[in-house]
Design a protein around this ligand. Structure first.
Ligand code: SF4
Length: 372
C-alpha cells in the first residue's frame, strides 16, 4: 500500500500519518495557529530602534530568551490551553528577521559559510544575490499525500542552490542558474503565499534549488503574511546552526532530503564537505522542532554506502518520522551529458535494489513508503 502517495483524503485514515503529522494537520485544518503566527504574537520587549542598534550577540541572547517563551506558549497551544494569537508590533519574528539581515551581511546561512556581504553585492558559492528570485510557483499535486490537501502544495521554487548542484539534479535549470525567474521582495513573496492560500493550498512549500540562501526574504515575508497556513521547509538541509535556530520556531513541517551516507559520495556528487555531520545534526534539530517527512532518493550502486547508513541513522535518531524512499532516480544534468564520468549512477536503480532498500527499512521498523 502506497500511503504517502495515496490521495489527500484517504492518506489521513492511516494512524501513523495522523500521529506523526499531528501538529501540521491541526494547522492545515485551521485548528491551531501556524508557528510563525505564534512567533509574531510574542513581544520582543524592545523597540525597533533598539533592535537596529543591538549587536549580533545581543540579538542572539534576546532570541534565546524569546525562544524559551515561544516553547512555553507553543506547548500550551498544542495541549489546547491557548489558541488565539494577536500580532504584536515588535515581536520574536522581528528579532529573527533582524538576525537574518545581519547574517546575510557575512553570509552564513549554510555550512559553506562564505562570509560574503550579499547586501553589498558580493556573491558566495551559491551566487544567489541579496534580492531573491523565484523561478516559478504553483499548486503542486505531485508531493506526498499529506502535503497536497485539496488544493495541492503551495510550492515556491527559488532560483539557485548551495549544493554543487548535484550532478544528477532533476531541477538543474533552476538550481544551476541563480538568475532564473523573477525578483521577489518580502511583500511580493507574501502576496504569492496569500494567493496560494486563498486558492486552497495545503501549505507554503519553500524549495528550489534550495530555499536556504533566501532565508532573509522568507522570514521577512512572514511579517506581511496574515493567513493561517503551515510553513514547509523543503531543503537539502545544509543550513548552518544559526539558520536552523531562526527556522525552528516558524517551520511547521520539514521535508528534508537525506541523500548520502558517505561524505566521499557527497563531495563527488554534490560538492559538499562534512555532509553527514551537518545534515544529520540538522535532521535532529528539525525532529525536535516540528513534524517531518524525510526523503531518501535511492541511487543505483549506492545501497551500502548511502541508503543503508541513512536509513539506519533515521531509525536510531528520528524514529517517529515518515520516510519516503524514492525510486524515481534517473540520469539527468551532468550525468546525462557525460555518463562515462559517473558510471555508478548512469542508470536507474533496479527493482532488486529498490526491494533491498524497502526490506532493510522494514527490518529497522521505519514507517516508509510503501508501507506493508
Ligand atoms: S547561502 Fe551558503 S553558499 Fe550561499 S553565500 Fe550563503 S553561505 Fe555561501
Amino acid at each position: 500500500m502506497w500511503v504517502l502517495r495515496s490521495d489527500a483524503i484517504t492518506v489521513w485514515n492511516n494512524k501513523d500519518v495522523q500521529k506523526r503529522l499531528s501538529w501540521y494537520r491541526a494547522v492545515m485544518k485551521n485548528l491551531k495557529p501556524a508557528k510563525f503566527l505564534i512567533a509574531k504574537s510574542i513581544p520582543a520587549q524592545v523597540g525597533v530602534k533598539d533592535l537596529e542598534n543591538m549587536k549580533e550577540e545581543e540579538l542572539w541572547r534576546l532570541h534565546e530568551k524569546l525562544s524559551l517563551e515561544f516553547r512555553r506558549i507553543h506547548e500550551s497551544v498544542k495541549t489546547g490551553k491557548a489558541g488565539e494569537t494577536t500580532p504584536t508590533e515588535v515581536s520574536f519574528l522581528d528579532v529573527k528577521i533582524m538576525l537574518s539581515e545581519r547574517l546575510v551581511e557575512h553570509c552564513e546561512f549554510c555550512e559553506r559559510r562564505c562570509r560574503v556581504n550579499r547586501r553589498r553585492g558580493e556573491l558566495g558559492f551559491c551566487r544567489v544575490g541579496y534580492v531573491s528570485r523565484v523561478s516559478t510557483w504553483f499548486h503542486h499535486f505531485g508531493e506526498e499525500g499529506p502535503l497536497i490537501g485539496e488544493g495541492g502544495s503551495g510550492t515556491i521554487f527559488f532560483a539557485g542552490c548551495n549544493f554543487g548542484p548535484c550532478v544528477y539534479c532533476q531541477n538543474w535549470d533552476i538550481s544551476s542558474d541563480p538568475g532564473n525567474g523573477g525578483e521577489v521582495n518580502p511583500r511580493t513573496l507574501a502576496l504569492i503565499s496569500r494567493r496560494l492560500s486563498a486558492e486552497n493550498a495545503a501549505n507554503i512549500n519553500y524549495v528550489g534549488g534550495d530555499p536556504t540562501p533566501n532565508l532573509h526574504t522568507i522570514l521577512s515575508s512572514l511579517k506581511h503574511l496574515d493567513v493561517n497556513i503551515p510553513q514547509l521547509w523543503n531543503s537539502n538541509m545544509y543550513c548552518s546552526t544559526e539558520a536552523m535556530r531562526l527556522l525552528a520556531e516558524v517551520i511547521d513541517i520539514w521535508l528534508p532530503d537525506f541523500k548520502y551516507g558517505s561524505d566521499d559520495c557527497a563531495r563527488r556528487l554534490s560538492k559538499v564537505e562534512k555532509y553527514f555531520e551537518v545534515v544529520a545534526r540538522n535532521h535532529r534539530i528539525a525532529y525536535e522542532n516540528g513534524d517531518m517527512i524525510i526523503r531518501h532518493l535511492v541511487l543505483p550502486n549506492h545501497l551500502e554506502c548511502c541508503t543503508k547508513p541513512v536509513l539506519k541513522w533515521i531509525s536510531e535518531n528520528t524514529p517517529n518520522v515518515l520516510v519516503n524512499i524514492m525510486g524515481q532516480y534517473h540520469p539527468d544534468y551532468l550525468v546525462a551529458r557525460n555518463p562515462g564520468a559517473y558510471p555508478d549512477i548512469a542508470r536507474r536503480p533496479s527493482a532488486r535494489e529498490m526491494q533491498e532498500a524497502y526490506d532493510y527499512a522494514r527490518r529497522l521498523n521505519i514507517v516508509f513508503e510503501p508501507v506493508s
